[in-house]
Write a protein that binds this ligand. Structure first.
Ligand SMILES: [Cu+2]
Length: 419
């Protein structure tokens, strides 16, 4: 018994040490906690831009880009039949004033996204609370939860007290600041109901409670528990509550005769037009080299276009592995794109010569970086369904891009970096 007690105490001690004594500043907000099979096989965000990295309170920053709904969607994740576009940022430090999917306002949920297709998105965020905030696009998927896109730091400068969210209603009423509009009225209602609830509780609490009542029950004197006076008070209270509700409802209807109810409908937008993939990809194998921190994917590539094609980028889980030997691919990375999401080692392509029209070639691509560990992406090695996936960007000799998908099972290996 004392051994178990010892063990429990020791475990508690270690938990205290772990939680209390190693404070780590929270610089982000959990974007790395999503399982790798979701991050590598559900949504692939690309061409994401932030219009500014510094705004003043009340100024806007626009986050826009595209996402591919991956063909090899994991079985364990609900299909994207109902989604809602949101922003991933700490609370409402920036407010979301507008949101769009394929230029359709996305203030409501959107239904029936199609696998293997692309969608564009746009978020208009306005600075509210000064500070440095990590701002991501995020898609909430019904039944699966949020899938977060790449994040960039946006600094909001100025004074929080200057923030205003003013609107003019359909009737022309000017509301100076939506932040506190109607708050006092809502609080008065809550306080009123709380008062009634507390009065009702006190009515019963003022009398002897558990033991005397139990003894009365024991003696078969249930009639002593609820008196006629109690009944009267209960009826009075019921009438009071009904009167408050009816009078409140009538008065509110009179004050605001025309109301638009909260909208519960969902929208639909067809995906963006399908772009022909210049290169067909036939997956061969994938391995994760544990000591070399490298994901290595081998596939057969067939050039279906009439122009030579090269592999420029492999992107998965928000990381962009870029082939540094291909200027078009390097130029496609916006210099303002978060550096930590573009691993310095880039993408190694073992047979990098242009793939000629009609040519078929087996190529191995190596994506090496500590980011696999930092981004907590290696836990796919312990998943029951160890699969991975990503987008491959091809560029022709004129710099035109096309996108292909690669996915398949992945195995861990321990042989070190191949040179
Ligand atoms: Cu973040």
């Amino acid at each position: 018994m004392s051994a178990i007690k010892d063990m429990v105490l020791r475990a508690l001690l270690w938990i205290c040490v772990a939680v209390g004594c190693i404070p780590v500043p929270a610089l982000a907000h959990g974007e790395r906690s999503t399982e790798p099979y979701i991050r590598t096989r559900s949504l692939h965000w690309y061409d994401v831009t932030w219009s500014a990295d510094k705004v003043k309170v009340n100024e806007s920053v626009i986050v826009e880009g595209k996402f591919r709904v991956f063909s090899d969607w994991p079985d364990a994740v609900s299909k994207p039949d109902l989604v809602f576009l949101a922003s991933g940022a700490p609370s409402a430090m920036l407010v979301r004033n507008e949101s769009y999917i394929n230029e359709l306002p996305a203030r409501q949920s959107i239904k029936n996204l199609e696998l293997g297709r692309d969608y564009s998105f746009k978020l208009v965020m306005r600075g509210r609370v000064p500070g440095k905030w990590h701002l991501h696009p995020m898609l909430n998927i019904s039944g699966a939860g949020p899938v977060i896109g790449p994040g960039s730091w946006v600094e909001v400068a100025g004074n929080a007290a200057d923030f205003r969210e003013s609107v003019t209603t359909l009737h022309g009423t000017k509301i100076d600041d939506l932040q506190n509009y109607g708050v006092a009225r809502a609080q008065a209602w809550q306080a009123g109901y709380a008062l009634i609830a507390v009065a009702w509780l006190l009515w019963w609490l003022r009398r002897p409670l558990i033991i005397p009542r139990w003894r009365a029950l024991e003696r078969g004197r249930e009639d002593l528990l609820v008196t006629t006076k109690d009944d009267k008070v209960a009826v009075g209270l019921l009438v009071l509550v009904l009167a408050v509700v009816i009078v409140g409802f009538t008065q509110t209807q009179k004050d605001y005769p025309q109301l638009v109810p909260l909208q519960a409908g969902v929208g639909y937008t067809p995906p963006l037009p399908e772009q022909p993939t210049a290169v067909a990809i036939k997956f061969k194998r994938a391995e994760y080299d544990v000591p070399g921190r490298t994901m290595r994917v081998t596939a057969e590539f067939t050039n279906k276009s009439d122009k030579p094609q090269r592999i420029g980028e492999f992107t998965t889980a928000g990381l962009r592995f870029v082939n540094k030997n291909l200027p078009a691919a390097v130029a496609a990375v916006d210099p303002k794109f978060p550096k930590e999401l573009v691993p310095a080692n880039g993408l190694r392509v073992d047979k990098d010569a242009p793939l000629q029209p009609g040519e078929k070639r087996v190529v191995t691509i190596d994506a090496s970086d500590a980011a696999w560990e930092v981004e907590r992406l290696v836990s796919f090695l312990t998943n029951v369904d160890a699969r991975t996936g990503g987008l491959v960007f091809f560029y022709d000799d004129s710099g035109k891009r096309s996108i292909g998908e690669v996915f398949g099972p992945i195995l861990p290996v321990f042989k070190g970096v191949r040179l």
